[in-house]
Design a protein around this ligand. Structure first.
Ligand SMILES: [Zn+2]
Length: 451
Protein backbone atom coordinates (compact mmCIF):
# COMPACT_ATOMS: atom_id res chain seq x y z
CA UNK A 1 0.00 0.00 0.00
CA UNK A 2 2.77 2.38 0.90
CA UNK A 3 4.70 1.43 -2.21
CA UNK A 4 1.61 2.15 -4.31
CA UNK A 5 1.30 5.60 -2.72
CA UNK A 6 4.96 6.38 -3.49
CA UNK A 7 4.47 5.22 -7.07
CA UNK A 8 1.44 7.45 -7.50
CA UNK A 9 3.34 10.41 -6.06
CA UNK A 10 6.35 9.73 -8.26
CA UNK A 11 4.31 9.42 -11.44
CA UNK A 12 2.47 12.60 -10.52
CA UNK A 13 5.78 14.39 -10.10
CA UNK A 14 7.06 13.02 -13.39
CA UNK A 15 3.91 14.24 -15.13
CA UNK A 16 4.31 17.64 -13.57
CA UNK A 17 7.93 17.83 -14.71
CA UNK A 18 7.00 16.86 -18.22
CA UNK A 19 4.23 19.43 -18.49
CA UNK A 20 5.30 22.43 -16.41
CA UNK A 21 9.03 21.80 -16.27
CA UNK A 22 9.27 20.45 -19.77
CA UNK A 23 12.83 19.82 -20.81
CA UNK A 24 12.31 21.12 -24.37
CA UNK A 25 13.51 24.63 -25.15
CA UNK A 26 11.63 26.76 -27.73
CA UNK A 27 12.98 26.87 -31.26
CA UNK A 28 13.23 29.82 -33.67
CA UNK A 29 13.56 29.78 -37.45
CA UNK A 30 14.25 32.70 -39.77
CA UNK A 31 11.76 32.90 -42.68
CA UNK A 32 13.52 35.65 -44.64
CA UNK A 33 17.26 35.76 -45.25
CA UNK A 34 18.95 38.74 -43.60
CA UNK A 35 22.54 39.79 -44.30
CA UNK A 36 22.26 43.53 -43.75
CA UNK A 37 20.42 45.43 -41.03
CA UNK A 38 19.54 49.05 -41.76
CA UNK A 39 16.91 51.60 -40.79
CA UNK A 40 13.96 49.47 -41.84
CA UNK A 41 14.99 45.86 -42.30
CA UNK A 42 12.11 43.39 -42.53
CA UNK A 43 12.47 40.26 -40.42
CA UNK A 44 10.12 37.28 -40.34
CA UNK A 45 10.59 34.73 -37.56
CA UNK A 46 8.68 31.66 -36.52
CA UNK A 47 9.01 30.73 -32.82
CA UNK A 48 7.71 27.35 -31.60
CA UNK A 49 7.39 25.68 -28.22
CA UNK A 50 6.11 22.14 -27.83
CA UNK A 51 5.29 22.27 -24.12
CA UNK A 52 3.99 25.11 -21.97
CA UNK A 53 3.96 27.66 -24.78
CA UNK A 54 6.00 30.72 -25.70
CA UNK A 55 6.60 33.38 -23.04
CA UNK A 56 8.91 35.91 -24.64
CA UNK A 57 10.79 36.42 -27.90
CA UNK A 58 13.56 38.97 -28.10
CA UNK A 59 15.75 40.08 -31.05
CA UNK A 60 19.16 41.53 -30.18
CA UNK A 61 22.02 42.97 -32.19
CA UNK A 62 25.46 42.27 -30.77
CA UNK A 63 28.06 44.62 -32.26
CA UNK A 64 31.68 43.54 -32.69
CA UNK A 65 32.49 45.59 -29.58
CA UNK A 66 30.03 46.88 -27.04
CA UNK A 67 26.95 45.56 -25.31
CA UNK A 68 24.02 43.83 -27.07
CA UNK A 69 21.03 46.01 -28.00
CA UNK A 70 17.44 44.75 -27.94
CA UNK A 71 15.81 45.81 -31.23
CA UNK A 72 12.49 43.96 -30.94
CA UNK A 73 10.63 42.01 -28.27
CA UNK A 74 7.26 40.36 -27.86
CA UNK A 75 5.61 38.69 -24.84
CA UNK A 76 3.05 35.86 -24.96
CA UNK A 77 0.52 35.02 -22.22
CA UNK A 78 0.69 31.77 -20.28
CA UNK A 79 -2.00 29.16 -20.72
CA UNK A 80 -4.72 29.43 -18.04
CA UNK A 81 -4.41 25.76 -16.95
CA UNK A 82 -1.93 22.91 -17.26
CA UNK A 83 -3.37 21.44 -20.40
CA UNK A 84 -4.95 24.61 -21.75
CA UNK A 85 -5.18 25.27 -25.45
CA UNK A 86 -4.73 29.04 -25.20
CA UNK A 87 -0.95 28.83 -24.74
CA UNK A 88 0.94 30.04 -27.84
CA UNK A 89 2.83 27.10 -29.30
CA UNK A 90 3.73 28.76 -32.56
CA UNK A 91 4.01 32.43 -33.47
CA UNK A 92 5.06 34.17 -36.67
CA UNK A 93 6.64 37.54 -35.94
CA UNK A 94 6.78 40.04 -38.78
CA UNK A 95 9.15 42.73 -37.57
CA UNK A 96 10.91 45.78 -38.92
CA UNK A 97 14.31 46.27 -37.35
CA UNK A 98 15.77 49.78 -37.09
CA UNK A 99 19.46 49.70 -36.20
CA UNK A 100 19.75 53.50 -36.43
CA UNK A 101 17.25 54.43 -33.71
CA UNK A 102 18.65 51.57 -31.56
CA UNK A 103 22.08 53.24 -31.97
CA UNK A 104 23.86 50.06 -33.01
CA UNK A 105 27.27 50.96 -34.47
CA UNK A 106 27.76 50.23 -38.17
CA UNK A 107 29.87 47.23 -39.21
CA UNK A 108 29.85 43.50 -38.49
CA UNK A 109 27.41 42.33 -35.82
CA UNK A 110 25.51 39.25 -34.69
CA UNK A 111 21.75 39.06 -34.86
CA UNK A 112 20.49 36.92 -31.97
CA UNK A 113 17.00 35.71 -31.15
CA UNK A 114 16.16 34.56 -27.61
CA UNK A 115 12.91 32.73 -26.93
CA UNK A 116 11.64 31.53 -23.56
CA UNK A 117 8.66 29.38 -22.60
CA UNK A 118 6.46 29.23 -19.49
CA UNK A 119 8.12 26.12 -18.05
CA UNK A 120 9.77 26.04 -14.61
CA UNK A 121 13.04 25.23 -16.31
CA UNK A 122 12.87 28.24 -18.67
CA UNK A 123 15.82 29.86 -16.88
CA UNK A 124 17.98 26.86 -17.68
CA UNK A 125 17.34 27.01 -21.44
CA UNK A 126 20.15 29.30 -22.42
CA UNK A 127 19.80 31.17 -25.68
CA UNK A 128 20.16 32.40 -28.23
CA UNK A 129 17.98 29.99 -30.16
CA UNK A 130 19.11 31.65 -33.37
CA UNK A 131 22.29 33.49 -34.24
CA UNK A 132 23.36 35.02 -37.52
CA UNK A 133 26.27 37.15 -38.71
CA UNK A 134 25.03 40.43 -40.26
CA UNK A 135 26.37 43.82 -41.31
CA UNK A 136 24.81 46.88 -39.74
CA UNK A 137 24.50 49.64 -42.35
CA UNK A 138 22.35 52.68 -41.68
CA UNK A 139 23.89 54.97 -44.31
CA UNK A 140 21.75 55.27 -47.47
CA UNK A 141 23.48 55.18 -50.86
CA UNK A 142 24.25 58.48 -52.53
CA UNK A 143 22.59 59.73 -55.73
CA UNK A 144 23.63 62.70 -57.75
CA UNK A 145 21.56 64.13 -60.56
CA UNK A 146 23.67 64.89 -63.65
CA UNK A 147 21.05 65.87 -66.24
CA UNK A 148 19.34 69.25 -65.88
CA UNK A 149 16.25 71.22 -66.89
CA UNK A 150 13.73 68.41 -66.96
CA UNK A 151 10.40 69.51 -68.37
CA UNK A 152 7.66 66.92 -68.52
CA UNK A 153 4.05 67.24 -69.58
CA UNK A 154 1.31 65.39 -67.73
CA UNK A 155 1.13 62.00 -69.48
CA UNK A 156 4.51 62.64 -71.09
CA UNK A 157 8.04 61.23 -70.84
CA UNK A 158 11.46 62.47 -69.75
CA UNK A 159 14.98 61.13 -69.24
CA UNK A 160 17.31 61.54 -66.25
CA UNK A 161 20.99 60.70 -66.01
CA UNK A 162 22.44 60.27 -62.52
CA UNK A 163 25.27 58.74 -60.53
CA UNK A 164 24.82 56.35 -57.59
CA UNK A 165 27.26 54.94 -55.06
CA UNK A 166 28.28 51.30 -55.51
CA UNK A 167 26.12 50.13 -52.57
CA UNK A 168 22.86 51.09 -54.36
CA UNK A 169 21.03 47.83 -55.01
CA UNK A 170 18.09 49.59 -56.72
CA UNK A 171 17.68 53.11 -58.07
CA UNK A 172 15.50 55.10 -60.39
CA UNK A 173 13.00 57.94 -60.65
CA UNK A 174 9.94 57.80 -58.41
CA UNK A 175 6.82 59.56 -59.68
CA UNK A 176 3.83 59.11 -57.38
CA UNK A 177 3.34 55.36 -56.91
CA UNK A 178 5.59 54.45 -59.84
CA UNK A 179 9.33 53.83 -59.76
CA UNK A 180 11.08 53.95 -63.15
CA UNK A 181 14.36 52.03 -62.74
CA UNK A 182 17.62 53.41 -64.08
CA UNK A 183 19.76 51.23 -66.37
CA UNK A 184 23.51 50.85 -66.00
CA UNK A 185 25.69 49.73 -68.90
CA UNK A 186 25.10 52.47 -71.43
CA UNK A 187 27.84 54.76 -70.08
CA UNK A 188 31.56 54.15 -69.72
CA UNK A 189 31.38 55.17 -66.04
CA UNK A 190 29.73 52.16 -64.30
CA UNK A 191 28.28 54.45 -61.62
CA UNK A 192 26.08 56.29 -64.18
CA UNK A 193 22.46 55.35 -64.84
CA UNK A 194 19.94 56.43 -67.47
CA UNK A 195 16.26 56.38 -66.50
CA UNK A 196 13.35 57.05 -68.83
CA UNK A 197 10.38 58.13 -66.74
CA UNK A 198 6.89 59.51 -67.13
CA UNK A 199 4.36 61.55 -65.22
CA UNK A 200 1.31 59.27 -65.53
CA UNK A 201 -1.76 60.95 -67.07
CA UNK A 202 -3.73 60.30 -63.85
CA UNK A 203 -1.09 61.72 -61.47
CA UNK A 204 -1.10 65.52 -62.00
CA UNK A 205 0.23 66.21 -58.48
CA UNK A 206 3.16 63.75 -58.66
CA UNK A 207 6.66 65.27 -58.65
CA UNK A 208 9.62 63.17 -59.87
CA UNK A 209 12.40 62.31 -57.40
CA UNK A 210 15.59 60.29 -57.70
CA UNK A 211 15.62 57.34 -55.31
CA UNK A 212 18.30 54.80 -54.42
CA UNK A 213 18.10 51.93 -51.93
CA UNK A 214 20.82 49.65 -50.59
CA UNK A 215 20.65 46.00 -49.52
CA UNK A 216 19.84 47.04 -45.94
CA UNK A 217 16.77 48.94 -47.16
CA UNK A 218 18.23 52.43 -46.56
CA UNK A 219 16.69 54.84 -49.07
CA UNK A 220 17.97 58.18 -50.35
CA UNK A 221 15.56 60.45 -52.19
CA UNK A 222 16.48 63.64 -54.05
CA UNK A 223 14.01 65.90 -55.85
CA UNK A 224 14.53 66.07 -59.58
CA UNK A 225 13.38 69.68 -59.66
CA UNK A 226 11.47 68.84 -62.82
CA UNK A 227 8.92 71.25 -64.22
CA UNK A 228 5.65 69.34 -64.63
CA UNK A 229 3.27 70.96 -67.10
CA UNK A 230 -0.38 70.20 -66.58
CA UNK A 231 -2.81 69.69 -69.45
CA UNK A 232 -6.43 68.86 -70.05
CA UNK A 233 -7.35 65.76 -71.94
CA UNK A 234 -10.18 65.62 -74.47
CA UNK A 235 -13.69 64.56 -73.40
CA UNK A 236 -15.20 62.13 -75.91
CA UNK A 237 -18.56 60.41 -76.16
CA UNK A 238 -18.73 56.90 -77.59
CA UNK A 239 -22.15 55.59 -78.61
CA UNK A 240 -22.57 51.84 -78.07
CA UNK A 241 -24.92 50.14 -80.55
CA UNK A 242 -26.85 46.88 -80.15
CA UNK A 243 -25.15 45.59 -83.27
CA UNK A 244 -21.70 46.21 -81.73
CA UNK A 245 -22.71 44.54 -78.45
CA UNK A 246 -24.08 41.44 -80.24
CA UNK A 247 -21.01 41.18 -82.46
CA UNK A 248 -18.33 41.68 -79.78
CA UNK A 249 -19.49 40.89 -76.25
CA UNK A 250 -20.19 37.11 -76.34
CA UNK A 251 -16.96 36.49 -78.27
CA UNK A 252 -14.80 38.62 -75.93
CA UNK A 253 -16.33 37.11 -72.77
CA UNK A 254 -15.70 33.60 -74.04
CA UNK A 255 -12.21 34.23 -75.45
CA UNK A 256 -11.04 35.76 -72.17
CA UNK A 257 -12.71 33.33 -69.76
CA UNK A 258 -15.11 35.90 -68.27
CA UNK A 259 -18.50 35.28 -66.66
CA UNK A 260 -21.04 35.09 -69.52
CA UNK A 261 -24.20 35.61 -67.42
CA UNK A 262 -26.47 38.65 -67.67
CA UNK A 263 -27.42 40.75 -70.68
CA UNK A 264 -25.10 42.19 -73.34
CA UNK A 265 -24.72 45.53 -71.53
CA UNK A 266 -23.64 43.74 -68.32
CA UNK A 267 -21.23 41.67 -70.37
CA UNK A 268 -19.93 44.78 -72.10
CA UNK A 269 -19.25 46.49 -68.75
CA UNK A 270 -17.37 43.39 -67.59
CA UNK A 271 -15.16 43.64 -70.70
CA UNK A 272 -14.71 47.41 -70.50
CA UNK A 273 -13.83 47.31 -66.77
CA UNK A 274 -12.44 43.91 -65.64
CA UNK A 275 -10.86 42.86 -68.93
CA UNK A 276 -9.39 46.36 -69.42
CA UNK A 277 -7.70 46.19 -65.99
CA UNK A 278 -6.50 42.59 -66.56
CA UNK A 279 -5.13 43.56 -69.99
CA UNK A 280 -3.12 46.48 -68.59
CA UNK A 281 -1.77 44.26 -65.81
CA UNK A 282 -0.51 41.87 -68.48
CA UNK A 283 0.98 44.78 -70.49
CA UNK A 284 2.93 45.77 -67.36
CA UNK A 285 4.32 42.25 -67.00
CA UNK A 286 5.32 42.08 -70.66
CA UNK A 287 7.01 45.50 -70.54
CA UNK A 288 9.16 44.46 -67.55
CA UNK A 289 11.41 42.75 -70.11
CA UNK A 290 13.55 45.48 -71.69
CA UNK A 291 17.08 45.85 -73.09
CA UNK A 292 19.36 47.93 -70.81
CA UNK A 293 20.27 50.29 -73.68
CA UNK A 294 18.33 52.16 -76.37
CA UNK A 295 17.48 50.03 -79.42
CA UNK A 296 15.37 52.74 -81.07
CA UNK A 297 16.81 55.17 -83.61
CA UNK A 298 15.29 58.62 -83.97
CA UNK A 299 11.59 59.41 -84.16
CA UNK A 300 8.89 56.73 -84.22
CA UNK A 301 6.96 56.02 -87.42
CA UNK A 302 3.26 56.64 -87.48
CA UNK A 303 0.88 54.40 -89.44
CA UNK A 304 1.15 55.92 -92.97
CA UNK A 305 -1.84 57.75 -94.48
CA UNK A 306 -3.87 57.44 -91.30
CA UNK A 307 -6.30 59.71 -89.51
CA UNK A 308 -6.50 59.81 -85.71
CA UNK A 309 -9.87 58.66 -84.35
CA UNK A 310 -8.82 59.07 -80.70
CA UNK A 311 -5.92 60.74 -78.94
CA UNK A 312 -3.88 59.89 -75.86
CA UNK A 313 -5.75 59.86 -72.53
CA UNK A 314 -9.11 60.84 -74.05
CA UNK A 315 -11.69 60.70 -71.27
CA UNK A 316 -14.39 58.53 -72.83
CA UNK A 317 -18.02 58.41 -71.83
CA UNK A 318 -19.79 55.34 -73.21
CA UNK A 319 -23.44 55.99 -74.09
CA UNK A 320 -26.06 53.29 -74.64
CA UNK A 321 -29.64 54.21 -75.65
CA UNK A 322 -28.93 57.84 -74.76
CA UNK A 323 -27.62 57.09 -71.26
CA UNK A 324 -24.01 57.12 -70.05
CA UNK A 325 -23.11 53.61 -68.88
CA UNK A 326 -19.35 53.82 -68.30
CA UNK A 327 -16.29 56.08 -68.28
CA UNK A 328 -12.73 55.02 -69.14
CA UNK A 329 -9.47 56.64 -70.22
CA UNK A 330 -8.17 55.72 -73.67
CA UNK A 331 -4.43 55.09 -73.30
CA UNK A 332 -3.15 55.47 -76.85
CA UNK A 333 -3.95 56.66 -80.35
CA UNK A 334 -6.54 55.10 -82.64
CA UNK A 335 -5.34 55.46 -86.23
CA UNK A 336 -7.58 54.62 -89.17
CA UNK A 337 -6.38 53.88 -92.68
CA UNK A 338 -7.57 51.49 -95.39
CA UNK A 339 -9.00 48.15 -94.21
CA UNK A 340 -6.17 45.64 -93.61
CA UNK A 341 -3.37 48.22 -94.00
CA UNK A 342 0.18 47.04 -93.40
CA UNK A 343 1.39 48.08 -89.94
CA UNK A 344 5.08 49.08 -89.73
CA UNK A 345 7.19 48.70 -86.58
CA UNK A 346 7.30 52.19 -85.02
CA UNK A 347 10.99 51.80 -84.37
CA UNK A 348 13.85 49.30 -84.08
CA UNK A 349 13.60 46.79 -81.27
CA UNK A 350 12.67 43.25 -80.28
CA UNK A 351 9.20 41.69 -80.31
CA UNK A 352 8.32 40.79 -76.71
CA UNK A 353 4.70 39.82 -77.36
CA UNK A 354 2.73 38.61 -80.40
CA UNK A 355 -0.75 37.16 -79.92
CA UNK A 356 -4.21 37.82 -78.47
CA UNK A 357 -4.15 40.28 -75.56
CA UNK A 358 -7.53 41.04 -73.92
CA UNK A 359 -9.25 44.23 -75.09
CA UNK A 360 -6.48 44.88 -77.65
CA UNK A 361 -7.26 41.68 -79.59
CA UNK A 362 -4.36 40.46 -81.75
CA UNK A 363 -1.42 42.48 -80.47
CA UNK A 364 2.29 43.02 -81.03
CA UNK A 365 4.49 44.65 -78.37
CA UNK A 366 8.02 45.76 -79.28
CA UNK A 367 10.73 46.54 -76.71
CA UNK A 368 12.89 49.50 -77.74
CA UNK A 369 15.24 49.36 -74.74
CA UNK A 370 15.61 51.43 -71.54
CA UNK A 371 12.03 50.47 -70.63
CA UNK A 372 10.50 52.02 -73.77
CA UNK A 373 8.01 49.88 -75.73
CA UNK A 374 5.26 50.22 -78.32
CA UNK A 375 1.96 48.35 -78.66
CA UNK A 376 -0.07 47.62 -81.83
CA UNK A 377 -3.63 46.43 -81.16
CA UNK A 378 -6.75 45.13 -82.97
CA UNK A 379 -4.62 43.51 -85.73
CA UNK A 380 -6.29 41.22 -88.29
CA UNK A 381 -2.95 39.49 -88.96
CA UNK A 382 0.34 39.22 -87.06
CA UNK A 383 3.46 38.78 -89.23
CA UNK A 384 6.18 38.58 -86.53
CA UNK A 385 7.00 36.16 -83.74
CA UNK A 386 8.02 36.78 -80.15
CA UNK A 387 11.79 37.22 -79.90
CA UNK A 388 12.21 38.59 -83.43
CA UNK A 389 14.37 41.66 -83.99
CA UNK A 390 12.64 44.30 -86.09
CA UNK A 391 13.91 47.44 -87.78
CA UNK A 392 12.01 50.72 -87.91
CA UNK A 393 9.37 50.36 -90.65
CA UNK A 394 9.45 46.56 -90.92
CA UNK A 395 5.91 45.17 -91.51
CA UNK A 396 4.63 43.46 -88.34
CA UNK A 397 0.94 42.85 -89.20
CA UNK A 398 -2.28 44.20 -90.71
CA UNK A 399 -4.89 46.53 -89.20
CA UNK A 400 -8.20 44.98 -88.14
CA UNK A 401 -10.97 45.08 -85.55
CA UNK A 402 -10.06 42.21 -83.19
CA UNK A 403 -10.59 42.81 -79.47
CA UNK A 404 -12.71 45.75 -78.29
CA UNK A 405 -12.81 47.62 -81.61
CA UNK A 406 -15.91 48.74 -83.51
CA UNK A 407 -14.15 49.09 -86.88
CA UNK A 408 -10.84 48.51 -88.65
CA UNK A 409 -8.11 50.67 -87.08
CA UNK A 410 -4.74 50.47 -85.34
CA UNK A 411 -4.53 51.07 -81.60
CA UNK A 412 -1.02 52.45 -81.03
CA UNK A 413 0.43 52.91 -77.55
CA UNK A 414 3.86 53.87 -76.25
CA UNK A 415 4.82 52.76 -72.75
CA UNK A 416 7.68 53.73 -70.43
CA UNK A 417 8.28 50.81 -68.03
CA UNK A 418 4.69 49.75 -68.73
CA UNK A 419 3.15 53.20 -68.07
CA UNK A 420 1.26 54.54 -71.10
CA UNK A 421 2.64 57.86 -72.33
CA UNK A 422 1.66 60.30 -75.07
CA UNK A 423 3.02 58.90 -78.38
CA UNK A 424 3.07 62.41 -79.89
CA UNK A 425 6.41 63.08 -78.16
CA UNK A 426 7.95 59.90 -79.57
CA UNK A 427 6.75 60.78 -83.09
CA UNK A 428 8.67 64.08 -82.81
CA UNK A 429 12.39 63.90 -83.59
CA UNK A 430 13.05 67.30 -82.00
CA UNK A 431 11.42 66.24 -78.76
CA UNK A 432 13.44 62.97 -78.64
CA UNK A 433 16.64 64.87 -79.34
CA UNK A 434 16.05 67.56 -76.70
CA UNK A 435 14.69 65.33 -73.94
CA UNK A 436 16.48 62.00 -74.40
CA UNK A 437 19.28 61.81 -76.97
CA UNK A 438 21.10 64.96 -75.83
CA UNK A 439 21.18 63.64 -72.25
CA UNK A 440 22.40 60.18 -73.27
CA UNK A 441 25.12 61.74 -75.47
CA UNK A 442 26.43 64.00 -72.69
CA UNK A 443 28.66 61.30 -71.14
CA UNK A 444 31.17 58.87 -72.68
CA UNK A 445 29.55 55.66 -73.85
CA UNK A 446 30.69 52.19 -72.82
CA UNK A 447 32.51 50.50 -75.74
CA UNK A 448 30.19 47.45 -75.64
CA UNK A 449 27.11 49.71 -75.84
CA UNK A 450 27.74 50.01 -79.59
CA UNK A 451 27.52 53.07 -81.77
ZN1 LIG B 1 -7.65 52.41 -79.01
Amino acid sequence: MRILLVLVLLSGLAGLLLTRAEPFAPTVTLETPVDFVGRATPLRLVARDRGTGLAHVEVRLLPASGPPVVVAAQAFPAGSSWFSTDAVHEATLTLTIDAASARVPEGPATLEVFATDHSWLAGLHRGPQLSRAVTVDVTPPTVELLSTQHVVRLGGSECAVYRTSADAARSGVRVGDEVFPGSPGWFQDPALRAALFAVPEDAPEARPALVAADAAGNVRSVSLGAEVRGRRFAEKTLPISDDFLARKVPELLQANGLDQSGDLVAGYLRVNRELRVATEKRVREICAESAPRPLWEGAFLRLPNSAPLSGFADRRTYVYQGKPIDRQTHLGFDLASLRGSTVPAGNTGRVVFAGPLGIYGNTVIIDHGLGLSSLYGHLSAIDVERGASVRRGDPIGKTGDTGLAAGDHLHFSVMVHGVHVDPVEWWDEHWIHDHVEIRLAAFPRAPEAGS
